[in-house]
Each structure stands twice: as structure tokens, then as C-alpha cells.
Design a protein around this ligand. Structure first.
Ligand code: BDR
Ligand code: CA
Length: 310
């Protein structure tokens, strides 16, 4: 399967990237594009380079993308990820550099050269780059097999009561992607909060003893203020790795085809995803919304797969 990861690392983005690299026998990672989200785009780009280098995969091309959401000012999440976005990773600055080409141009060029329905896009951050690509060349949407993304929530938000971070940061982009007509698989918070990296699960990864495992342990053993009170368990939700895990092990996930609308106007609901789980509106489905995750198997397989990295 040919994939492009679009990302804003972020500790959970980091695990998603490691998982994709670890599964290179099944996933052909064509390139990684970066976007402003958890931290500004210069940092997310440097972070991707740091991550691929510790994994011994500095050969994967990295493309710097949008520095701002389409219409709103950028809101970042240093309060969760730390000042550089990868607090705890213990990684040196990157040796390599991003490619000269802009991420959006790279996505368009890759789609242009591809067969119909052959490229899987894996957005792990705000959807700015993907929306720009779709808006610029709507004809190239035919080349996309599907978009498997992390964003939205069926119930509670994490950045406002109503909105999940990736959709909140660029709601207009999220709406463009959801209304694009391209097949979409959506991992919202109601699903990804089941993928909790508890102390035991983090310790099992650390026991692999590799440089990558050490870095993961550093990132996920940081104290997460308020986690226990909020989610009932001390640990870090592994939102973004679900996207890559879904490509590898779809049997671990169940969901339902629904219509998803993204709010771009409400004062209290900006960026919220209104998921028509019961088909009240009779609007045709535009996404497969994942609902339940076999989290025990997910962490077992994730840990086993990560063992193949250095
Ligand atoms: C999403 O927001 C980011 O902070 C995480 O990396 C994830 O993509 C969860 O709301
Ligand atoms: Ca992310």
C-alpha cells in the first residue's frame, strides 16, 4: 500500500511514524509532509527529521507544508507536547533537511503521477495541506484510494468542550476534506481514547531496548497533568498511531458509515464534528467513523512491530 503521512509531531504522531517505518514490508511510505499544529511548522518539520533519523530511515523524503490554518490564526499545543513538540524524546537536532518542494506541491505531483485510487493519505494533524491540495486540483482526488485520518470526536472535545484539536485548529480545512467525496476513515477521540498508553504498555515498549524504544519511553513516561482525573487512567492516548494500525490490522477496529459535518461558525462549537451516528439527517455517509478498538491487541501488535526498528 502506497501512503503519504501528513503530520505535526507531537508524541503520538511520533509513534505513528515509527509504526509505519517498522511496517515497511507492507506500507510503502512515499513521503512525509508536515503541517503547523501541535507546534509551528518549522518545529514539526525538524521533529519528523529527528524521528526518521533515530529510526535509521533518514532516506524518507520530508516536505514542509502549511505554516498557518486556512482562515484562522494558528493555535498550538505546547501545553501538552512541550516547547519543541517532542518533549521527552531525547533526540538530537536533525542532520538532514526537508526537500525544497512545498508539501502541497509534493502531494499534487505524487497524485498526478499515480494510478487512480492508488494513494492512501494519512493525515495526523490539522487538514490544511490536504484541503489545499484538493482545492487546487480537484481532478486529482480520483488518485486517492482513501484518507484515513485522526480528527473530530463523536462526543466530547479535548481543546474545547465541543471540538477536537486537529479539527479545531483548521475547521475550514476539515470541512473541505470531509466534503471532498474521497473515501474517508475517521478516528475521533471517542475511539482513540481507548488506545491508552498505560505505564505497563509503555514499559513493554521500553523493554525492546532499541534507540527508538528508548525515545518512546522518554516521551510517554512524562507526567501528563490531569490525565487520571480526565480519562480515568494515567497515560497518553495514542490517537495518531490508530491511523497506521488501521492500515495494518483492520480487524482490530469496528465502525459505521455516517455523515460528518464540521462546524466552521459556532461561537462555542467551532471545529466540532457533528457525527450523524443514528442517521437522523438522512444525509448520505461521507466517512467510516471508527467506534471500538481492540486496545489490548493493538498494543501487543504495535510493540511486536516496533521491535523490527533499530
Ligand atoms: C490530536 O491532536 C494532537 O495534539 C495529537 O497529535 C492528535 O493528532 C488529538 O486531538
Ligand atoms: Ca497529530
Amino acid at each position: 500500500m502506497k501512503i503519504i503521512i501528513d503530520t505535526d509531531p507531537g508524541q503520538d504522531d511520533a509513534l505513528a511514524i515509527f509504526l509505519a517505518l517498522a511496517a515497511s514490508d507492507r506500507l510503502e511510505l512515499l513521503g512525509i509532509t508536515t503541517v503547523a499544529g501541535n507546534v509551528p511548522v518549522d518545529l514539526t518539520t525538524a521533529n519528523v527529521l529527528r524521528l526518521i533519523e533515530v529510526a535509521g530511515r533518514g532516506d524518507v523524503p520530508v516536505y514542509r507544508g502549511a505554516s498557518q490554518p486556512l482562515l484562522r490564526p494558528l493555535k498550538t499545543a505546547e501545553f501538552i507536547c512541550g516547547p519543541d513538540g517532542l518533549e521527552g524524546a531525547g533526540l538530537p537536532p536533525p542532520k538532514g533537511k526537508a526537500q525544497k518542494k512545498h508539501a502541497v506541491q509534493y502531494i499534487l505531483d505524487t497524485l498526478e503521477a499515480a494510478e487512480d485510487r492508488s494513494i492512501t493519505l494519512c493525515p495526523l494533524g490539522p487538514l490544511t495541506n490536504i484541503a489545499l491540495a484538493f482545492a487546487q486540483r480537484p481532478d486529482l482526488k480520483a488518485k486517492v484510494a482513501r484518507v484515513v485520518l485522526m480528527g473530530g470526536a463523536r462526543d466530547l472535545g479535548n481543546v474545547t468542550p465541543a471540538a477536537e484539536f486537529n479539527f479545531y485548529v483548521d475547521p475550514h480545512a476539515a470541512r473541505i476534506v470531509l466534503e471532498s467525496g474521497v473515501p474517508i476513515v475517521l478516528f475521533g477521540l471517542h475511539a482513540t481514547h481507548q488506545a491508552m498508553a498505560t505505564h505497563e504498555r509503555t514499559a513493554a515498549i521500553a523493554a525492546l531496548g532499541t534507540p527508538v524504544a528508548k525515545s518512546i519511553h522518554g516521551m510517554l513516561s512524562r507526567h501528563r497533568p490531569g490525565a487520571k482525573a480526565k480519562f480515568g487512567v494515567e497515560g497518553h492516548p495514542m490517537h495518531d498511531p490508530c491511523v497506521i494500525a488501521y492500515l495494518l490490522w483492520p480487524d482490530l477496529f469496528t465502525g459505521r458509515d455516517c455523515h460528518v459535518h464540521v462546524e466552521t461558525e459556532g461561537a462555542a462549537t467551532m471545529g466540532s464534528s457533528v457525527i450523524d451516528w443514528w442517521n437522523s439527517t438522512k444525509n448520505p455517509p461521507n466517512a467510516t467513523v471508527v467506534d471500538v478498538i481492540d486496545d489490548a491487541q493493538l498494543f501487543e501488535r504495535l510493540t511486536r512491530q516496533l521491535a523490527t526498528l533499530r
